[in-house]
Design a protein around this ligand. Structure first.
Ligand code: FAD
Ligand code: UDP
Length: 381
């Protein structure tokens, strides 16, 4: 019997490749018409720009195994992500918060030590920050929090920052030097021919069959085991209720030349209805100058309904009993393991999806060799 992988995003593709390379036959299904899941890229026919269809995706990692893995399947071109933010005061600053942001915002001209002391004088002392807001107040203080994070976070998550986990705030660095690039990782790159071609290359192996436009629920074949990278609650037909997600709407517009001076400009004020504008040609600096036109996405976030694409799993700052019920249900179900962003209901980047899928595949192969039952989760949700 062959193995079934549900979802042709990074989690599914990397798992499938590992099983196939170990000699197992695999069927990969995805309900969408393309591979690469939310990382999907395609060339916009009108402008010729490689477009990140489900929102901006920048590959960044500090994991050497992942970095050498991706280079097997794509030419990764160096790319330094830069984000500008229109703060609540209407002025334009560089993000993440760095020495230049601090000096421009407070009207000072401090060096690293002075800026550190200035921020320390602004922060609030909370011994154990329990949520997004408390984390922000202890790290950057109230003024910067209100200028850059409060309004954006309310729009992005549809919740009060006090209800969100501190970990979301910790995704962003705080720097006391003038480095204005967005990520700290040593490897930052974009695949030259887009993510979809890269994932297609991962799936291009003799033991893998890919069926697109097919929902797992439509299949009648029996499988040795199912690796499910779709939403864990959808596998159980939402019998216990729906896990909360945010979905995104994109207002697409095109223009001559170029629209803004950064790939992403965030709009932090709560009264501006969108969160950010992405100009896709900046993701391919090696070809941007040769393109006469540009395509941009104005991004709006809202609660995810039954017919919408789930983008961001909403993790509450406290206990999540519905998720726990699904986890217990999954553990009691034989023949299926849940992986990836949706399967484990976590906010994970592409490199983490790949790292986790590689580690999960090592474990799957061990279970197969030993005739042992595969776990419901390889990483705790
Ligand atoms: P997905 O890519 O979501 O793939 C799951 C697939 O399963 C989908 O294609 C879906 O169609 C399919 N599926 C689900 N249910 C079924 C079913 N029942 N039958 C058949 N098919 C099914 N990461 C970064 O590293 N850098 C970034 O800059 C970045 N930006 C992001 C921006 C946005 C707006 C979002 C939402 C995410 C971003 N990410 C980024 C995260 C990145 O998208 C994920 O890490 C990655 O997509 C995880 O891959 P996955 O395979 O787990 O899930
Ligand atoms: N965030 C914010 N203002 C910004 C940028 C980010 O408040 O200008 C918050 C927001 O809550 C977001 C989180 O910081 O969800 C993490 O930011 P990141 O850039 O990692 O978000 P992503 O690009 O993954 O949506």
């Amino acid at each position: 019997m062959r193995y079934c992988i549900v979802g042709a995003g990074f989690s599914g593709a990397v798992s499938a490749r590992a099983l196939a390379e170990a000699g197992h036959k695999v069927l990969v299904v995805d309900e969408r018409a393309h591979v690469a899941g939310n990382s999907h890229t395609t060339r916009d026919p009108e402008t010729g720009v490689m477009t990140h269809v489900y929102g901006p995706h920048i590959f960044h990692t500090g994991d050497e195994r992942v970095w050498s893995y991706v280079q097997r399947f794509a030419t990764m071109r160096p790319y330094q992500h830069r984000v500008r933010a229109i703060a609540a005061n209407g002025k334009n600053y560089g993000l993440p918060v760095n020495l230049t942001t601090i000096n421009e915002f407070f009207g000072t001209s401090k060096g690293p030590d002075g800026a550190r002391a200035l921020i320390a004088s602004k922060t609030e002392k909370i011994v154990w920050p329990a949520n997004f807001e408390e984390q922000a107040l202890t790290m950057i203080g109230r003024e910067l929090y209100h200028a850059f994070f409060r309004g954006y976070t309310i729009k992005q998550w549809g919740m009060k920052p006090k209800e969100l986990p501190a970990s979301i705030f910790r995704r962003l660095p705080l720097r006391f030097n003038s480095d204005e690039t967005y990520y700290d990782h040593p490897h930052q790159a974009i695949p030259e021919r887009g993510y979809t071609e890269m994932v297609a290359a991962i799936l291009d192996a003799p033991n893998i069959e890919v069926q697109l436009g097919v929902k797992f629920e439509e299949l009648t074949e029996e499988f040795a085991h199912v690796i499910y990278s779709g939403p864990v609650d959808s596998y159980f037909k939402y019998e216990l209720g729906r896990l909360a997600y945010r979905t995104l709407d994109f207002e697409v517009f095109r223009a001559e030349g170029s629209y803004q001076n950064a790939a992403v400009v965030n709009y932090c004020a709560e009264h501006v209805p969108y969160t950010r504008i992405t100009e896709h040609k900046h993701f391919a600096p090696w070809e941007a100058d040769s393109l006469a036109k540009t395509i941009c996405y104005r991004e709006f976030s809202r609660a995810c309904g039954a017919e919408d694409i789930p983008y961001y799993p909403i993790r509450f700052a406290g206990e999540d009993s519905l998720l726990q019920s699904y986890v217990e249900r999954a553990r009691a179900t034989k023949g299926v393991s849940f992986v990836g962003r949706l399967g484990s209901f976590r906010y994970i980047d592409m490199d983490v999806s790949i790292a986790e899928a590689l580690a999960a595949a090592d474990r799957m192969l061990e279970c197969i060799r030993e005739g042992a039952e595969m776990p419901a989760f390889f990483v705790e949700p």
